[in-house]
Design a protein around this ligand. Structure first.
Ligand SMILES: Nc1ncnc2c1ncn2[C@@H]1O[C@H](COP(=O)(O)OP(=O)(O)OP(=O)(O)O)[C@@H](O)[C@H]1O
Ligand SMILES: [Mg+2]
Length: 355
């Protein structure tokens, strides 16, 4: 335990004893004017305050000091720690039981409060650091793209290789920062979908367009069923969620393997599936990949990421009334991510696409 923690604990114990002295004085004064049967109950106040503010040891100290003070000052024989009346012995035993429970509850409440405070602090730090980083990163990404196009750089293989690395790494970092900003926003502000009628095929195309550059060297197969009904949803949110799934399929499968993006009606809903032939999922991973910040230890060293993508995906799709599930036949057997959106009764002919 650090020196400052010991000092804090000692201060808590001293203040607990002071509170018991204060309560004793109050009871003493009150007894001059009123008859009070169960003075012991008042000693629960220092126990609760000590448990909430300073923790277990000060709470135990307050309980022991309370018992000693009551026995010494108020229970006959007065000014003696012994207690002769059996009723008052019962009082003391009951006090010990209630003090233990109260103290425990107080300590649990205190820990929960401290956890919530540190969680808030972490969120605030993540939010502000990501915010500060996002503008300079956008400038680096933009400048690297311009540099990559300049004739002087294109003629020099070594320089163009270096510019490509700057561009790729800054884009990756930009994606991580964007995920952090999105996660902070979802946690603090929630998600407010802008509902409209859209063709699922437009959503698939829109999502793929966001990742087209990342997928240039990949074989992507589209299998969108004809005549799918319109869905009533927020296309920007669904495209962003699908973008995360496409990004994962690209990241967690070897470059020579295909990725299939399909859309069809399934069980009264629109099912959009992204299938890859990559590293697959273990049973444990299938259960945990949607948890915030979870990353499989299998990729910790070789594939970069923040573990936020799927948590964001599920939050966005849940806000649109849909679901996202993962399935895999096992490690190295590929992964299928299935996003389902509800089908509502279709808009009349006169109704436009926007609601
Ligand atoms: N298509 C996939 N195949 C195999 N594992 C996957 C796939 N998609 C996700 N995972 C596993 O789920 C974890 C969580 O994915 P998630 O998208 O949330 O985070 P990430 O990709 O690690 O980072 P980022 O925040 O950049 O998206 C991944 O680290 C990976 O272990
Ligand atoms: Mg991801």
């Amino acid at each position: 335990m650090s020196r400052s923690a010991v000092m804090r604990e000692a201060a808590g114990i001293a203040l607990s004893i002071l509170m018991v002295v204060g309560v004793s004085c109050l009871i003493y004064l009150a007894l001059l004017f009123f008859r009070m049967e169960h003075v012991m109950l008042l000693y629960l106040v220092p126990v609760l305050v000590a448990a909430l503010r300073w923790g277990t040891l000060p709470a135990v100290t307050a309980a022991i000091a309370g018992i000693a003070a009551a026995a010494f000052l108020f229970y006959p024989p007065i000014y003696d720690l012994r207690v002769s009346n059996p009723d008052q012995i019962v009082d003391l035993v009951l006090f010990v039981i209630v003090a233990v429970v109260t103290g425990q509850l107080g300590v649990i409440a205190r820990k929960a409060k401290m956890r919530a405070e540190s969680e808030n602090l972490r969120e605030a730090l993540i939010g502000s650091v990501s915010h500060e980083l996002s503008s300079p990163l956008a400038s680096i990404v933009g400048s690297a793209s311009v540099l990559a196009q300049s004739p002087a750089i294109r003629q020099d293989n070594q320089l163009s290789g270096l510019v490509a690395v700057i561009r790729k790494e800054s884009e990756r970092l930009n994606g991580d920062i964007q995920n952090l900003l999105d996660a902070t926003k979802i946690t603090h502000e929630g998600i407010r979908p802008k509902w409209q009628w859209v063709d699922p095929e437009d959503i698939v195309n829109g999502a793929f367009a966001r990742k087209r550059e990342r997928a240039v060297e990949r074989h992507v197969v589209f299998a969108v069923a004809d005549d799918l009904p319109l869905v009533y949803t927020d296309p920007t949110l669904v495209e962003s969620a699908l973008g995360q799934l496409i990004e994962n399929a690209l990241k967690y499968s070897p470059p020579h393997t295909p990725i299939t993006i399909s859309a069809e009606q399934d069980d009264g809903r629109i099912a959009i599936r992204i299938r890859d032939e990559g590293v697959g999922l273990t049973r444990d991973e299938t259960d945990r990949i949607f948890v915030r910040f979870y990353r499989s230890p299998r990729h910790a060293g070789n594939v970069t990421g923040s573990g936020l993508g799927l948590w964001i995906t599920r939050s966005l799709i849940a806000a649109c009334g849909g679901t996202v599930e993962a399935s895999s036949a096992g490690p190295q057997q590929g992964t299928t991510m299935t996003l389902k959106l509800p089908i509502k009764s279709q808009p009349g002919r006169d109704e436009g696409e926007d609601d």
